[in-house]
Design a binder for this molecule. Structure first.
Ligand code: SAM
Length: 442
């Protein structure tokens, strides 16, 4: 199977079977002995074609004589992949994109579909200017949605909130590939030594400006090939996610509850900040995710994390008044991390912003009961939407006057003025994240 066929297989499993793109891609890649070049090309094709899905269909509709929903899904995906190469991968010659799509159509279609694929893609290659987008001034939402590969409902929200220019910057940032970021496992090594070690393993990397343990990797071999990963010298984690444990500021010997803990990026960070002394109780509703956290803790040399399969809404009844610190890294719409997973933007809907705040508030209210007087409560999400962030915190504070909001920005490794911190891909260059810190009156 050549690279394009592998990519098509992954795209089909996402589009037709509802698989998650990152998981389906990792499975296909791990089964094959691929060169780094092929691995990168497959990733680019899969992520690009999925991310640009609605725009590719818009473009296709200018060239296809048949309505897209009447085309067999596999053939439609061959066309989408071809259009993606012709319009968005300028280094690929149009002839190569067409010829390779035709070869795939021969394998997965019949004579009629081969002719159809050939005609559509050659016409698109010959006459790319035929595509007309909505007018930017008259219909900015539709224009941004199509130009920047975002669902229209989300663009409507952001345009209403920030105006078209900022919305455009945000959508653009969501399409950029973020660098791989690592958190130094300070229980085993310091950042300077890890940077040296990674360089010896062929990683082009630099320190992060956001977190003292953070490392940005710009070029790197397959992670599984790195001895430093197996030795537990680092954890993969985004920079903004790394700031959360600093805002929680746990101390060695503390009892910390991480209410929505799996797969453990923050729990393991908290344990490292505690120098592996004290106890971190990490709860989650998925056992398989907790198992991942336990494996990770072993790899990182952490012994103070205890996991418990639990609906965090019940935490308050089980551990009332016992914890020094509580983190609620709540389940959320994930609208701050769209740049991480190409298919995620197409899996979201506006209803989530009505449903999730109820669960978020219920978890926050229950987990907060676990705190000792004087204890610290941190609420975080990887979303950008006020309903899931500031409004949840405000509702919680209104119903729980024994909690006081503290300026979370002051506790960031690089302090900021904000009371409640909102990080953004377009202005901060990191995943979108929200962090609020509260203290229970002593
Ligand atoms: C944002 S993720 C947490 C990420 C984690 N803190 C980390 O840093 O790796 C939210 C987690 O909440 C879990 N979750 C969802 N509903 C829950 C509930 N009612 N009780 C406990 N955990 C829940 C999900 O399974 C998911 O693992």
């Amino acid at each position: 199977m050549n690279a394009r066929e592998v990519a098509l297989k992954v795209i089909n499993s996402v589009d037709i079977d509802g698989a998650y793109a990152n998981i389906a891609l990792a499975q296909e890649i791990s089964q094959r002995d691929l060169t780094d070049r092929d691995r990168r090309f497959i990733t680019e094709l899969v992520y690009g074609t999925i991310k640009a899905g609605a725009t590719l269909d818009w473009i296709l509709s200018h060239y296809s004589s048949r309505p897209l929903d009447k085309i067999h899904p596999v053939i439609r995906n061959i066309l989408r992949m071809g259009i993606y190469q012709i319009f968005f991968l300028s280094r690929i010659p149009v002839s190569a994109a067409c010829n390779e799509a035709v070869k795939l159509a021969k394998k997965y279609g019949h004579t009629g579909t081969v002719k159809f694929v050939n005609a559509v893609l050659r016409s698109a290659g010959r006459n790319p200017d035929k595509v007309v987008y909505p007018d930017r001034e008259r219909d900015p939402e539709k224009y941004i949605a199509l130009r920047y590969f975002h669902p229209e409902w989300l663009v409507r929200r952001w345009v209403a909130r920030f105006g078209a220019a900022i919305c455009e910057r945000l959508c653009k940032a969501n399409n950029e590939t973020p660098p791989l970021t690592l958190r130094t496992n300070t229980l085993k090594i310091n950042r300077v030594d890890l940077l040296r070690r990674l360089a010896c393993e062929g990683v082009v990397c630099e320190p992060s400006a956001w977190a003292p343990e953070g490392i940005l990797c710009h070029e790197y071999p397959a992670l599984s090939k790195l001895a430093s990963l197996r030795a537990g010298l680092f954890q993969v984690q985004d920079e903004s996610s790394m700031t959360v444990a600093h805002v929680l500021s746990p101390r060695p010997g503390d009892f910390v509850i991480d209410a929505c803990g799996a797969p453990g990026g923050k729990s393991t960070h908290i344990a490292a900040l505690m120098e592996n002394k004290g106890k971190v109780l990490a709860t989650d509703i998925y056992e398989h995710k907790l198992a991942l956290m336990r494996d990770n803790a072993v790899r990182l040399g952490i012994s103070i994390i205890e996991t418990q399969l639990l609906d965090a809404v019940k935490l308050g009844e089980l551990y009332p008044g016992q914890a020094d610190r509580v983190l609620v890294d709540a389940p959320c719409s994930g609208l701050g991390v769209l740049r991480r997973k190409p298919d995620s933007r197409w899996r979201k809907n506006e209803q989530m912003l009505t449903d999730l705040p109820r669960l978020q508030l219920a978890i926050l209210a229950s987990a907060a009961k676990c705190l000792k007087p004087g204890g610290i409560l941190v609420y975080s999400t990887c979303t950008t939407e006020p309903e899931e962030n500031g409004e949840v915190v405000k509702s919680f504070l209104a119903a729980n006057p024994e909690f006081i909001l503290e300026p979370a920005g002051r506790y960031l490794p690089v302090p900021r003025q904000e009371e409640m911190v909102q990080l953004w891909p377009h202005s901060d260059g990191v995943d979108g994240f929200f962090i609020a810190r509260m203290v229970r009156r002593g």
